[in-house]
Design a protein around this ligand. Structure first.
Ligand SMILES: [Zn+2]
Length: 314
């Protein structure tokens, strides 16, 4: 069961800060990742003590994982994500052209002891054009091979994927978690429920834009598409909940308008808009979050111990 002494955000990007990607990434490199310490303190102050990152190509998430350990935060990092050369994914990952390439990149990855494998299967939700997500970048055979290779090393597979077709492919290939998953249709929701795939629907990146006057202005020309995609996602999440799909809370913190630590509570608020009661959102967040992040009983025990010690210090 959940208690309020710890929360899990299943999808964040410490390599982004919700404001300006370029500036933040440069600052991190110039200051040898030191600003990450303050970000982690923010998570700690809000009791978001278990975090999963989606990866980056500068080493920020690996630095974050080390710092987090000192602070008593469980921080799961994939190192960098894997994406198809020429497609979306440059900021969070390393490109692969084909399976031969993947084998090399994967061997490199194993050296830094990733907690999970992050694969980028499609692009982002396109604000310019409703329903567009940038196509599927790996073939089923490629994805299946990637997933099996990760499983041989006991690594859970986290997949950035939008569109019903691409989510279906990911589920069939045996991935563990579906990230974003905008525009999923009923048939695929049924599959997800059956196979107990965990879904992290990341409502906050769109929902937060819609709620913020400045961001509404910034995105004024795309606002209709953003609103439409967000409303559709609310409905799909509600349907998924009814069908028994395992939903987890992941904010995509670091995306524009989604700030670190606050993101978790934003995502909970958006999930409540789907008509799911708060206690159920928190229950799913905890149960499915622990499963998604592969947090074992011993890890959780250590965390609880460090929380108790902290409480004594205050
Ligand atoms: Zn993300």
């Amino acid at each position: 069961m959940y208690d309020n002494s710890w929360f899990i955000d299943c999808h964040i990007h410490v390599s982004l800060n919700g404001i300006n990607i370029k500036d933040w990434r440069r600052t991190l490199l110039e200051q040898n990742f030191k600003p990450i310490s303050e970000i982690l303190d923010q998570y700690k102050r809000r009791n978001v003590l278990i975090i999963r990152d989606g990866g980056d190509n500068q080493g920020a998430t690996l630095a974050a994982r080390e710092m987090a350990e000192q602070k008593g935060i469980i921080y799961k990092s994939p190192g960098w994500a894997i994406y198809k050369a020429g497609r979306y994914g440059g900021i969070i990952g390393r490109p692969v052209n084909d399976i031969r390439d993947f084998k090399d990149v994967f061997n490199e990855l194993l050296k830094i002891k990733p907690d999970h494998l992050k694969v980028v299967l499609t692009g982002l939700v396109d604000f310019e054009s409703y329903g567009e997500v940038g196509g599927i970048s790996f073939s089923y055979e490629e994805l299946y091979y990637i997933v099996q290779t990760a499983k041989e090393k006991e690594l859970p597979v986290m997949v950035h994927v939008n569109s019903s077709e691409a989510v279906k492919m990911a589920v069939e290939a045996g991935v563990d978690t579906i990230e974003h998953g905008y525009f999923i249709e009923d048939e695929v929701l049924h599959m997800m429920a059956e196979r107990e795939v965990i879904w992290v629907p990341t409502l906050a990146p769109l929902g937060n834009i819609l709620e913020d006057e400045k961001l509404r202005h910034k995105y004024r020309n795309q606002l209709q598409n953003i609103e439409r995609a967000y409303m559709r996602q609310l409905e799909t999440v509600k349907r998924a909940y009814e069908l028994g799909v395992k939903i987890a809370v992941g904010s995509d913190a670091g995306a524009v308008g989604v700030y670190h630590a606050q993101g978790f509570f934003d995502e909970v608020r958006h999930l409540k808009k789907c008509g799911i009661p708060e206690d159920q959102v928190l229950r799913m967040s905890s149960e499915n979050g622990l499963k998604a992040l592969n947090v074992g009983p011993s890890e959780l025990k250590l965390l609880k111990k460090s929380i108790q010690q902290n409480n004594k210090e205050f």
